[in-house]
Design a binder for this molecule. Sequence first.
Ligand SMILES: Nc1ncnc2c1ncn2[C@@H]1O[C@H](COP(=O)(O)OP(=O)(O)OP(=O)(O)O)[C@@H](O)[C@H]1O
Ligand SMILES: [Mg+2]
Length: 423
Amino acid sequence: MQIVFGIDFGTTNSALSVYRDGTVEVIAVDGCERAGELMRSVLYFSEDDEILVGNEAIRQYVGEGAAGRFMQSIKTFLPNTSFESTEIFGKRYAIDDLVAIILRKIKNRGEAHVGSLVESVVLGRPVVFSTDAAKDAVAEQRLEKAARKAGFKNIWFQYEPVAAALAFESMLQAGQERTVFIGDFGGGTSDFSVIRVKGGAFARSDRRNDVLSLGGVYVAGDKFDSQIMWDKVARHFGRYARYKTMGKDEWVNVPRSIIYTLCQWHRIPLLRARATREHIRVIKGTTDDRQAIEHLENIISDNFGFFLFQAIEKAKCDLSELEQTLIRFTERDLSISENIGKGEFETINRENFLQIADCVDEVVAGSGLKPSQIDTVFLTGGTSRIPHIQELFAERFGRDKLENRDAFTSVVHGLGSSVPLFV
Ligand SMILES: Nc1ncnc2c1ncn2[C@@H]1O[C@H](COP(=O)(O)OP(=O)(O)OP(=O)(O)O)[C@@H](O)[C@H]1O
Ligand SMILES: [Mg+2]
């Protein structure tokens, strides 16, 4: 009996499925999150050399008051060729080492569940890791290397939206045929596919001819969070602060690059570079908003970006249900309470929604079909819960074609269903 794992290593969440004897089961990988089904794709390195993953990492990070090093959105570094490795408490970790730690943890949990060693895996990958083909290839190679380091010997890749399509297919009745637009909106990427599916067709040998079009864009949940930070929160950290340059008697703004980095929370640790900290110290000397610059120093040294972004993310998720909400956050003498409305969220993210819409239109055009020839639009991934995303599809295809299901597990289920295509 062959057992193969399907692993969806996501920007925000990871999940595991087990393929065994022609059936696929999604199994819990972490203690608490969403009934344990998902594992947050995060790592925590404590000062005393302990490495924790998922919920344990979050708990320890919160408990230790952020003394160690916390990392999230690691997947977004995969195509970044200028980021090879990082030093954590005197040890160097290549990007694939970091990913391997997460994959190994998932592998161990899965093996404990099935009671045997499992060395084969189907890994999901976004359609577009990067629009630069060389970087895209690097990302996949790194992911493969990570899987090898985690102990897998047979490794296959499946596009995430194709996996979601296979999950959708498994819900159809035998013989039922559909042409489906799949939209998988995650934390890092939004991935699309137009694909023909047929109920009861599980394990058909080759699906290449059924995939009519594929595409993706690097705009998803994290970008929406960053945009909220930029427009609603960054002023507390000096976005509008000015200071006097040395020598010249001129008032200038805090460098945009600093504020921009601040808005991508997983990059905030990069601001610890000595030159940047020195620059901020100089700014503090003459600035017209000393308090904001102090907050900027504090977020860098105390590393509370994670909690701030949790507050931002929570507000974003609230707006999927409510007309307005508050972004609330306190830390030492910093107290943020910003009102944000659904309309405002949509306005500040106009560019992001446009990029998504353009990509959707391209993928539809690439399939050679008109929207009216597409039977169903299947939306999945956490970010698909944003009402405006659903409206984009309702406008193009009509609301009655939309199906929303299993936001967090359809990809991993489909990775398991992909196994017979490879083995
Ligand atoms: N109710 C909600 N409204 C809006 N966004 C949400 C909601 N619930 C979750 N999200 C967002 O969904 C994202 C996580 O979704 P998901 O788990 O599908 O991503 P992922 O698979 O980890 O990422 P990727 O597929 O890009 O690698 C996060 O950005 C999260 O903020
Ligand atoms: Mg995903």
